[in-house]
Ligand binder design. Sequence first.
Ligand SMILES: Nc1ncnc2c1ncn2[C@@H]1O[C@H](COP(=O)(O)OP(=O)(O)OP(=O)(O)O)[C@@H](O)[C@H]1O
Ligand SMILES: [Mg+2]
Length: 398
Amino acid sequence: MKIEGITNKILIADDDRTNRLFLKKGVSGLPYEFVFAESGTEALEKILEEDFDLLLLDILMPGLTGFEVIKKFKEHRPDRKIPFIFLTGQSESDSISEGFSLGAVDYITKPFTLIEIRLRIKTHHDLYKSQFELNSYAKNMESLAKERAEQLIHSDRLATLGSMSAGIMHEINNPTTFISGNVQLMQDKFFRLIKEILEESPRANETKIKFMLDELPEMFDGINHGVSRIKKITDGLKAFSRTSHHSEKSIPIDLRDSVKNALRFTKSSIPHKILVNYQEPDEPYIAMASTQEIEQVLINLIVNSSHAIEEIDSPNIFITLSKDLDKTICKISDNGPGIPDEILKKIWNPFFTTKPAGKGTGLGLAICREIIQSHSGSLVYTGALEKGAEFTMTLKGE
Ligand SMILES: Nc1ncnc2c1ncn2[C@@H]1O[C@H](COP(=O)(O)OP(=O)(O)OP(=O)(O)O)[C@@H](O)[C@H]1O
Ligand SMILES: [Mg+2]
């Protein structure tokens, strides 16, 4: 059976013509393709060019010795390990230990018998093949485990979502009642009024029409408000239950771009009087992450800050990027009131909000934390009362 990655090719290097002929005869009939090299240099060229499953190397050869071939090959291809057997004279105990320290799987002392050569080649090729199969099996298991872990995270999210359903219904119910109430009112009142207009005198109609014109816009506003609130909630829930694939989270992104985009997206919603302090660094700040999700987190944090400071004098938002060993860090802070301890305990809970009814859904920080945890990073509150709020996001760097 053909196994992917197994070439069934074996290289034999010996500078002695008689030895080569003898070896050629010895291995004939074995189910492998044999390639012969006459010197160490030729052997090195060949193993750098083609892939072999096993090498049989004489030690003493002109140009490069068998061991030098292995050393040079390791320099060029540190990622690739080819098993090798070396051929040595009877009492060369030094070369035997050098061979094993270089990673040889076996050695054959000269003079050798053909049966010995055949058996050793077959044994080591079989060993290599089983090892290869084991490795690819382990790799498969690893990716299977990763996939399962992702599924688990996803079902965990769905479970959280399930436990949130009472809250969700409550949140959606309020605006829905609001909308249906207004629609009912319009149906009852306005249809009746229109009928009356048609039946009554033009003088009376004027006031009724005026009344309708006064009331209608407010009612439509109410409906629009309710609808956009439901949309905000369902969008938030969609983001919460979405699993982006593991590979999407491990792309190197420059956090300078993420901050730039987040500021661009929030520009129109931040009042002009708020000063955003951000000095873009000259060098990149790389994090392994999903661009879209990190921007979503930054936008949430910036909008939260802007809500917290819109009423104060000289409101400021500060954004900084920094590095710590292999971590890339982004801090977003403001000079607002900060978050008191009793509120701090709840800010990460879905639907927790201190904003007036209709303004916040309370999903912002819950989604942010979910996103950052799925990146194996951290998002913590590092602010202090009186000084203002500060959130620190830490992600894996390059
Ligand atoms: N920078 C901040 N300063 C003061 N309080 C904050 C700040 N950021 C968050 N909070 C508090 O945390 C609460 C939860 O924030 P979260 O972002 O989860 O929801 P929200 O902003 O109320 O609503 P939305 O779903 O629209 O984001 C806020 O209502 C507020 O009380
Ligand atoms: Mg928010």
